[in-house]
Design a protein around this ligand. Structure first.
Ligand code: GLA
Length: 405
């Protein structure tokens, strides 16, 4: 009998330890990230304004609950080597800012780097992992984006450095999500979860453009990132997400990080495509435009709750790309209750007719089909032949007609 109790107890222990990683980031994170809009000019006052705008515009109600401070907040170290915020940009300090967010039901993310200096040249955390993690926890930080500029190129060092920070964060006892940002260079989808990360960037930084032109040496657009991220569906799941980088929705070619490298801006239809594709791929949804002044088009994209529900579906399955040729990319994502989402992207530069054959997508049943941008049901027969605009992504939710079947 006693032995039985011991076995039961140790099973419970095993269960708890397995359950732990997925309790951090069980769904793709949603929020607003400072880099594309402010670059290193990030400051306390404007972050508060963004948070207030996130509440006022209904974004919080729609699920966006993080404000992520990116690079540029740091002010060096004090006499005891504690990392400090720049006192001019953050006169009240990060702890007060975290309280401001928490009082409003929001969370606060911060940024550092696994070297001595960050990408923009500010103080970073190498050799101070435990001390910085403790500081972040004391401040009430909920997420750390941990970058990899100025660090050695080999995978082994990257794994060691990320694991060190993951363990330091864990030791604080505060649940702090770790976002690994080494731009996919060392294929982090193979190792990032094992070293303690919940999210990993899969590519270099996004620019505010549709696609990199052949004569451009650098600067990835929406389509370039899609090409990498779309192939990684097997690696994602609750607590382990492929991060396709920030949404560029509503930036319209603004000067600054996302406007460099050919970032001339996108059309609203292209922004809508990014939102559909990032959602169906379970990428975190980090808006990065000025949400204080955003126009109606950006609002209706970022606030499309039917699309957000695809991203946040509790099963957490990243869509598989079922079809990919020079014109079309078609994605299928299983949802809870036997439902599905389908995204159809026209990559070409003209409108092209498409015929949706559900059988070819592995869906051999009768479905009720809802267009998540038109917000209405469509007949299956209407999808036998229909026009999809250049760079448009049609997004549908499929519900079985006969659920008991
Ligand atoms: C890197 C990251 C970006 C951003 C900048 C900040 O380029 O990939 O997302 O954090 O650093 O310097």
């Amino acid at each position: 009998m006693k032995k039985g109790i011991i076995i039961l107890f140790s099973c419970l222990l095993i269960d708890i330890s397995y359950a732990q990683p997925s309790t951090l980031a069980p769904k793709p994170l949603m929020g607003w990230m400072s880099w594309n809009f402010f670059a290193e000019k990030v400051n306390e006052q404007e972050l508060k304004e963004m948070a207030t705008a996130m509440i006022r515009t209904g974004m919080v109600e729609a699920g966006y609950n993080y404000i992520f401070i990116d690079d540029g907040w740091q002010g060096g170290r004090d006499m005891k080597n504690n990392i400090i915020a720049n006192p001019i940009k953050f006169p009240s300090g990060i702890k007060a800012l975290a309280s401001f967010m928490h009082e409003r039901g929001l969370k606060l993310g911060i940024y550092s780097d696994a070297a001595q200096l960050t990408c923009a040249g500010f103080t970073a955390s190498l050799h101070f992992e435990e001390q910085d993690a403790k500081t972040f926890a004391e401040w009430g930080i909920d997420y750390l984006k941990y970058d990899y500029c100025n660090a050695p190129a080999d995978s082994n060092t990257a794994k060691i450095r990320y694991q060190k920070m993951a363990e330091a964060l864990k030791k604080t006892g505060r649940p702090i999500v770790l976002g690994i940002c080494e731009w996919g260079e060392r294929k982090p989808w193979h190792w990032a979860a094992a070293v303690g990360g919940q999210i990993w960037r899969t590519t270099h930084d996004i620019r505010d453009k549709w696609v990199k032109k052949p004569d451009e040496k650098w600067g990835l657009g929406i389509l370039d990132i899609l090409e990498t991220n779309a192939t990684l569906s097997n690696f994602a799941g609750p607590g382990r997400w492929n991060d396709a980088d920030m949404l560029v929705v509503g930036l319209y070619g603004k000067k600054g990080p996302s406007g460099d490298g050919g970032g001339i801006g996108c059309s609203d239809l292209e922004y809508q495509s990014q939102f559909s594709l990032w959602s169906i791929m379970c990428s975190p949804l980090y808006a990065s435009n000025d949400i204080r002044t955003m126009n109606k088009a950006s609002q209706s994209i970022l606030l499309n709750k039917e699309v957000i529900a695809i991203n946040q579906d509790p099963l957490g399955i990243q869509a598989e790309r079922k079809m990919n040729d020079s014109i079309w990319s078609v994605f299928v994502k299983p949802l809870v209750n036997g439902e599905y989402a389908i995204a159809i992207l026209n990559k070409s530069n003209q409108s092209v007719p498409f015929s949706l054959n559900l059988k070819e997508m592995g869906l051999d049943e009768q479905f009720q089909i809802r267009d998540l941008w038109e917000h209405q049901l469509v007949k299956q027969s209407d999808l036998n032949q229909f026009l999809i605009l250049s760079h448009q992504t049609k997004l549908y939710r499929l519900t079985r007609k006969n659920k008991n079947k």
